[in-house]
Design a binder for this molecule. Structure first.
Ligand SMILES: [Zn+2]
Length: 256
């Protein structure tokens, strides 16, 4: 027991002696790190000085801040490096395009000039036949003592009816006035077109339609003896004019 105690004391002393230098070494290292951080970051030094060297947290924070600052500077550098190669590459490409710009406009102008007429004539002329291929069963004019204010076009029931020109649907439905299911399209130039006796309407009021767009399907609703499209042109609402000459001057022959 007596012999053991000095050994133990020695051991503990040794342990204490060995521990103490380690602690001192850590503390010194922390101070060095704190000082290094202080030197590296002027702002970090303030935090280290106020909290003291015993606390490792400020040193770690300042090191983190340093790492972050370094990462940020690296990111800035990479951003600068990535942005700088783009700038020189942009100027060489810009100069050839400028150089080639002078011959290309002449080429594109001539190239565009050719397809342009095709585009205007082919897909959508301003005015189209509302029901192409239909047989005319009645033209505009006096009939049985009253004015027949439109053109009757006949094809089997359910044939699509197309907007004669672009415009906005102002009426769509059956107003119980003899027209059955009918649609008005306002073309915004003082003229409206009216499509009557439809079996089914495919548009709603306020809808914008293009020339040739299907607005409904032929039928025999309202005062109709058989399926046909009663097509009217209004120069101002309810001022029906003869659709035949009106449409003919717009490139559509309805056959009257
Ligand atoms: Zn009619």
């Amino acid at each position: 027991m007596q012999e053991d105690s000095p050994v133990q004391n020695e051991n503990t002393r040794d342990a204490a002696q060995t521990v103490q230098p380690q602690r001192a070494g850590r503390r010194n290292r922390l101070i060095v790190l704190g000082a290094a951080a202080l030197v590296a970051l002027g702002l970090g030094g303030v935090a280290v000085a106020t909290t003291g060297p015993d606390h490792p947290a400020p040193a770690a924070v300042s090191l983190d801040a340093q790492n972050r600052a370094e990462a940020a500077s690296r990111a800035d550098r990479s951003a600068r490096e990535s942005s700088t190669p783009v700038a020189p590459s942009a100027s060489p490409t810009a100069s050839p395009s400028v150089a080639s710009a002078s011959p290309t406009p002449a080429k594109t102008a001539t190239a565009k000039a050719k397809p342009k007429p095709k585009k205007t004539t082919k897909p959508t002329p301003a005015w189209v036949d509302p029901m192409p291929g239909a047989a005319v069963t009645s033209c505009y004019g006096q009939r049985w003592g009253t004015l027949h204010a439109g053109i009757d076009l006949a094809l089997p029931s359910g044939t699509p009816i197309r907007a004669a020109a672009a415009g906005t649907v102002t009426q769509a439905g059956d107003a119980s006035d003899g027209y059955g299911n009918s649609v008005f399209v306002d073309h915004g130039n003082g003229y409206l077109t009216h499509y009557a006796h439809q079996s089914r309407i495919a548009v709603t009021v306020g809808q914008k339609v293009k020339a040739g767009q299907v607005i409904g399907y032929e039928g025999a609703t309202g005062d109709a003896t058989g399926p046909h499209l009663h097509f009217e042109v209004h120069q101002g609402m309810w001022n029906q004019i003869d659709p035949a000459p009106f449409m003919r001057t717009r490139g559509v022959d309805l056959g009257c």
